[in-house]
Design a protein around this ligand. Sequence first.
Ligand code: HOZ
Length: 426
Amino acid sequence: MARSEELFERAQKYIPGGVNSPVRAFGSVGMRPRFIAGADGAYMTDADGKTYLDFVGSWGPMILGHNRPEIRRAVAEASERGLSYGAATEVEVDMAEYLCSLVPSIEMVRMVNSGTEAVMSAVRAARGFTGRNKIVKFNGCYHGHSDGLLVKAGSGVMTAGVPGSAGVPAGCTEDTLTAVYNDLTSVEALFRANPGQIAAVIVEPVAANMGVVAPEAGFLPGLRKLCDENGSLLIFDEVITGFRLGIDGAQGYYGIRPDLTTFGKIIGAGMPVGAYGGRRDVMRVVSPVGTVYQAGTLSGNPVAMTAGLTQLRLLAEHPRWYRELNEKADRFFGRMEEMLLRRGLPYTVNRVGSLGCLFFTDAPVHNYDDASRADTEMFGRYCRFLFENGIYCAPSQFEAMFLSMAHTEEELDRTLETMDRFFAGI
Ligand code: HOZ
């Protein structure tokens, strides 16, 4: 039996579904999980020694490619001094100062351990600051797995085809209002129906957990305006877009200043890190200055901070890299569109910067309902073909394809040729 199969058999005895996060179970594409043994540059190698060109990049943080020597060395050095102290350290101050210098809307920031934690805490801060309870989220946007946000969520929830999660008491979601992505009228209606009650609107400025869906012109500025008119906070969930679309994330890319921002894995360079930050007056509600409680022994962990800071510095010091990555992605997704056109296939390619997604639907995808119309069976066939041919893509129609600075033009050409062979056969 192959090593991956053996591991999966063993894993299922001790881990629910054999995996520690549902999407990586590969269930929706009719496959079994790949157990990864190592990764380097643009490649990952599984437990059976098969190598894949990786387009997931740990769901975003590997923007420089895997196993970057500068980061590995920094982590090794930091770990020589101990792994965790549960006490304040200099590197946390460096990280906070650096984040504030890179992203103009961030005046103060609190480190946590994941994107889920960052969003949960940002929402609490928004509620504490405004004294209001309700929040607005968009169908198909995914903000981690905290109770209040598992409503019409994207990512694994959408992949499983369920509206929410069992085990979440109704009371936990009764203050979560849902609107339609790219539809300002649906947000206006919620503000009208709940006057003076909405603490915040939370949005992925580029939705990247229902596949990739770009904000239409006017959508993000419209949200900014509605929040201002109603005394509500605008929270950008930049767990995926932060430090990916550019050094100042989607907010820089689109020129919108949110009140609060959440970050995730990318600021730990792949180590378990998240952060939330924004307006100083809002962040000052957080304990121990204010009365909104939020804490964590591992928050600001020195090894994770060192990894993240090293990556952020590399990115900030090489602005050309973002330009090159985005141009490379533009060519890649552009050629994918040409290929589909040439073959007379009506599928939809959505992309923003180095994030992209091929939807198996012939209609444009602007929101959750549009995305839900995609042919997931066909996506499964496509995904299996890519894996058989050494290409590791997200095993769900409702996730993004992540390009990294480590992908070469030659590798991208090879990927397109593989995709073309699949399309030739359908
Ligand atoms: N929530 C992640 C994708 N948006 C997947 C996490 C994982 O399986 O590692």
